[in-house]
Design a protein around this ligand. Sequence first.
Ligand code: HEM
Length: 130
Amino acid sequence: MLYAIIKGFQAGERKVDDKERCPYLIAMVVAHIQLLLGLGLYFMGENGLTALDSLFDAGASLLSSLGFFGIIHFVLMVTAITVITKAHSLAKKNATHRRVVHLMLLALLIILAAIPWPFYGYGRGFFPGT
Ligand code: HEM
């Protein structure tokens, strides 16, 4: 995403031509792979749907591990991936780099907010298992 944003920022008001679409396409493909992995973890792992169940049972806060993985992480990440997909769709319709980069930046900010950083308290360590 950073590469796509920097390249797009440099191109500015120019319209995206077919050759320049590649970084946006790669960002979208990676985001969709992340979506598939996330959906797998959410519906088959112990911290997704199960967390949502326990969240309602325990009446825990949204700002707890249960609330974060059960709702916040899911909703924000799916929103970010939708925005990335919209950005790529604009690039395909030859919009200006500036418009595409604005959406990519918005998605990046959402992702950064929704990552379970260690300093969130209910987040994860930088090196899982240590
Ligand atoms: C850009 C997209 C995404 C990023 C960057 C991302 C990032 C992360 C990170 C860093 C973790 C913590 C891993 C660890 O150290 O244990 C995590 C966990 C998790 N993510 Fe995502 N995620 C994304 C999208 C999604 C989506 C779309 C879903 C659900 C549909 C999802 C569901 C989960 C679940 C359930 C966990 C907890 C896994 C477990 O410990 O069992 N993620 N994600």
